[in-house]
Design a protein around this ligand. Structure first.
Ligand SMILES: [Zn+2]
Length: 452
């Protein structure tokens, strides 16, 4: 998706990327640093530093936070010890013209998504939420067998299947050939191409236009945002509706979720920035809902007529009042991140000086950002545990910690475990009852440092 014109990218790679972000599957798909292509194998530059805003093309990009040069957050390593790892700048900026928060480095997708394994296992909650959304839209939009529902990054048809069941025609757009095949077997007509203006025009010329067009957790990864949104406009019927889910900037800033910043996430959206983006393509955000998934997301309802609901108006006003286009708004966030860094490192060093042993829970991309930025290495922690059997036996990017199964906590009995997958905190604390009853303690750094 990100570089819609890069048709030479191996078909499956994008899926790994959608799946990690979407959380649609368990963490079976990982990249392995040792397998990455070398510079000689790819003709394109490894990365590119952007100097213009990804939405408005303006040059007023202001620094929020620099996380230094970090390895790719999902590039787990097969071996321990010193080795070549690509590192890229991870600098977060905001555009004072349109408010878009973005990173400046675009890593070549050939490097970013160089390896993947496909396993289908959608969370029940994802499927239930898709089913109820579809039922609602069929009713509200009077969809019938003459209507077309489509999805960009449609995966194995986890969402479109519910339209099909109710007799609505469907079209999936999923660049990964093998996943498109899985969808087709379920009867979901699927095109295996990248979505952009070119494909949209091709579909429109064939008179295939969408009544409802979905795109979930796609926009944050798109380098050519304007091309993709223009394509959406071309592919949408005049009376059609676009439904988009994207992580929301506000909770990320409020809850100090700086660890969601990594190279796969190019953009971090306020409603103000999204409004600007869609308006410039004559598309209008007419309604918005806030969802709790991914630390806080937006679900946008977009049409070709300009009729914003009161909710949209109020949210835009609130964002303007809070100063989404001003440095002050982002300063609080970067100050909180610096404070957290000092607090956590002080605590860990203090525990180390008392000869306490410390482990990490969660070999996630988030954990990689936090450990590499804070400089958490073997001097402070001994190992990492993760439930994903695919990750076990590998090593974390940058700091090269061994990834072990969570059962090792009972065997090796570290005094403290730093929990980096804060999105599953309750679930993990419950699962680790035995370790906690043994006296083991968890350190949860985000949103605020606490020991439980
Ligand atoms: Zn801008």
């Amino acid at each position: 998706m990100a570089l819609a014109n890069d048709r030479d990218i191996g078909s499956g790679r994008w899926t790994a990327y959608f799946e990690r972000i979407n959380g649609k599957r368990t963490s079976n798909s990982i990249l392995q640093g040792n397998d990455k292509m070398s510079i000689a194998e790819t003709s394109k530059p490894l990365s590119k530093t952007e100097t213009a805003c990804r939405i408005c093309m303006g040059s007023n990009l202001n620094p929020i936070l620099s996380l230094g040069k970090t390895p790719l957050a999902n590039s787990l390593l097969k071996k321990e010890g010193p080795q070549d790892e690509n590192r890229f700048p991870l600098d977060l900026v905001f555009c004072s013209d349109c408010s878009l928060v973005q990173i400046t480095e675009t890593v070549n997708p050939e490097i970013l998504f160089s390896d993947y394994v496909y396993f289908s296992s959608f969370a029940d909650t994802t499927l239930k939420s898709a089913e109820s959304l579809v039922a609602r839209l069929i009713k509200e939009r009077n969809l019938s067998d003459s209507s077309l529902a489509a999805e960009i990054a449609s995966n194995d048809g986890y969402l479109l299947q519910f339209y099909l069941k109710d007799g609505v025609r469907v079209l999936g757009i999923e660049p990964a050939q093998n996943i498109a095949t899985v969808a087709r077997k379920k009867g979901i007509d699927t095109i295996s191409e990248f979505f952009g203006l070119e494909l949209a025009q091709k579909l429109a010329n064939r008179n295939q236009k969408a009544d409802v067009l979905h795109a979930n957790n796609v926009l944050a990864h798109v380098a050519e945002l304007n091309g993709v949104v223009e394509g959406m406009s071309v592919f949408l019927k005049d009376s059609g509706l676009i439904v988009i889910e994207a992580p929301y900037l506000k909770p990320m800033l409020e809850h100090t979720e700086f660890d969601t910043i990594y190279h796969e996430h190019l953009c971090y959206f306020s409603l103000t920035a999204l409004d600007k983006l869609f308006r410039s393509h004559k598309l209008y955000i007419n309604d918005v809902e806030q969802l709790s998934i991914h630390g806080g997301s937006l679900r946008l309802f977009i049409e070709k007529k300009d009729q914003p609901s009161n909710t949209v108006k109020t949210m835009l006003e609130d964002e303007a009042k809070s100063g989404v286009k001003t440095a002050a708004y982002y300063e609080q966030f970067s100050n909180k991140v610096q404070r957290l860094k000092t607090e956590l490192l002080t605590l860990l060093k203090d525990l180390k000086s008392q000869n306490k042993s410390i482990a990490i829970y969660g070999a996630s991309a988030k954990g990689s950002t936090l450990m590499n930025y804070f400089g958490i290495d073997k001097d402070l922690v001994d190992f990492v545990v993760d439930r994903s059997t695919v990750k076990q036996g590998l090593f974390t990017p940058g700091n090269h910690l061994a990834i072990l199964p969570p059962e090792k906590l009972l065997e090796l009995k570290p005094d403290y475990v730093v929990l980096l997958t804060w999105n599953f905190v309750d679930e993990i604390l419950e699962q680790q009852k035995a370790y906690r009853e043994m006296g083991g303690k968890f350190i949860v750094p985000i949103p605020e440092l606490k020991v439980v």
